[in-house]
Design a binder for this molecule. Sequence first.
Ligand SMILES: [Zn+2]
Length: 305
Amino acid sequence: MKANPVLGDGGYLIELERRGYVESGSRREKVGTGRGSGQFTPEVAIEQPEALRQLHSEFLLAGAKVLQALTFFGTREKLNRAGYGAQTESINAAAVKIAREVAGDNALVAGSVSRTQLTEREGMSSLDKSRDHIAEQIRLLKDAGVDFLILETFFHLAEMKVALECAAASGLPAVATMSFRPLIKACTDGHTPAECAKVMADCGAIAVGANCEQGPNLMLKLLREMRAASPVPIAAQPAAFKTTDEVQCFTRLPQFPDSLETIQLSREEFIQFGKSARAEGIGYIGGCCGCNAAYIRSISDGLAG
Ligand SMILES: [Zn+2]
């Protein structure tokens, strides 16, 4: 018998950016499309804690059973580049505290850990530096009392393996999701979704899957490949943006980051995703960029239907 999928949350940074609390880095730093995605860091946890508390409450009301602390891009490496390196401890601690206060006894709290961006900037020789930064952040999250980790938005399987090794050393369970771009056929260091799933499960992930970059329908194709290769449950956190056949990821489209409204997906695709999730063998579903509480409620409605 297949268990009901666990409903998560997601879409914190882009939603908070739209509300005016997070900087996109547009026109500030040249990566990705060249128009910048250099910031999207979580200092809102210490600078505008009420805005973060409010968004957590909305996801909880929508039915989320897991609240992700807003610690995405919270390694000292990434925060340094955004000008917040000295606040690494306080940002991670504050984010977990706020999520925990909202979650109460009604939801688990996950620490979100993502890539350092060192691999795409400096190459594979930077993996040891990545390891130090990711290990440090996981220590901070464990000290702050998260229930488990969500390792997400890794482009290189090699850096994900490093993160999973750090998670294993910490003793915290970890969900692991890769992001695929520009196409869903392979991650940035050339591994297919099936290979990624197998390696992440072998490295101890309690669930494996994909997040960000694609909407539910396109992501489902790569999740099926992962499912066929994975001994552990599948996790999915799709984005709410339309992509094209040539560019199957929204962060490489010219609409990123300043015209995302023009490629927003409707909630209907998320209702359908919720409806088919159990049959598709998905164990954990949340949202990613472009999602807000309305999208999480749509998944919840789909799961209930
Ligand atoms: Zn995302």
